[in-house]
Write a protein that binds this ligand. Structure first.
Ligand SMILES: [Zn+2]
Length: 255
């Protein structure tokens, strides 16, 4: 963290500067109010990559809905189909249930689901997996990609983060890269945001998308509602989502 972020005034100034940089890549930041009007910028391809069905929604559902409402093309990319997520159920049956839940959540957010074909609880990072994932991401030609912050207690989250980061390097850092938080404190750790998105108008849709998942009613009030409110407090809005922007992404470079 740069020294100039240590004071509140300095932090505000820096955030304003960062916001200007993010506007260039179409991130629906605080200043962007016209969620119900035609996009002012070219249509962007936005990928939100999570390890399991419910990760993109719970981390960035409000931002995803805002992008979609602005007319951008948004894809929720799931590394797995959540095969290990239901106790006592066979992986194949669980995958079918959680795939359907992810599809329902994406319909609520008005985005497209995409599955990367790895297995929940057994995700891998190796040369073949790096290549496979980079090819998939490249085929979508993203302008902006969001993924897990890498310091996370869940192995699959860390794997997803590494795969995205490697693909971004391989692509010449040409798309903007943002990291998100999930179940802050319990899973994501040491996360210090650089950007905030006001999700006050889309929080209800985010909540519905998260409740499309069996675990939504259990986890949303416990983690995600608190995260939305806390990040909102930090930036002076009712609800917000927070991200860390990688400064080196060409499309997201600061002015
Ligand atoms: Zn997860």
């Amino acid at each position: 963290m740069p020294k100039r972020m240590t004071s509140l005034a300095g932090r505000r100034e820096l955030l304003t500067g960062l916001a200007a940089g993010a506007m260039a890549v179409g991130l629906p930041l605080l200043e962007v109010r016209a969620a119900d009007t035609a996009p002012q910028r070219p249509k962007l391809k936005v990928i939100v990559a999570g390890a399991h069905p419910d990760d993109p929604e719970s981390a960035a559902g409000g931002t995803i809905a805002r992008y979609a409402d602005l007319g951008h093309d948004v894809v929720c990319l799931y590394l797995t189909r959540g095969e290990a997520g239901m106790k006592g159920k066979a992986p194949k049956d669980t995958a079918a249930i959680r795939t359907a839940e992810a599809e329902k959540a994406c319909a609520i957010l008005k985005v497209r689901p995409l599955f990367a074909g790895q297995i929940d609880g057994g995700t891998e990072v190796n040369a073949a997996r790096y290549d496979e994932f980079a090819k998939l991401l490249d085929s979508e030609k993203p302008d902006v990609v969001f993924t897990h912050w890498p310091v996370d207690s869940h192995r699959d989250h860390r794997v997803t983060s590494l795969l995205v980061y490697d693909a971004w390097l391989k692509a010449g850092q040409k798309f903007a890269l943002f990291y998100f938080e999930v179940d802050a404190g319990a899973q994501t750790q040491l996360f210090r945001p650089t950007h905030y998105v006001d999700i006050t108008e889309t929080e209800e849709r985010k909540r519905k998308a998260c409740y499309a998942h069996t675990d939504g009613p259990q986890f949303y009030p416990r983690y995600h509602d608190l995260m939305n409110r806390f990040r909102g407090l930090e930036c002076g809005r009712k609800y917000a989502e927070a991200f860390v922007h990688h400064y080196a992404g060409a499309a997201g470079a600061l002015p």
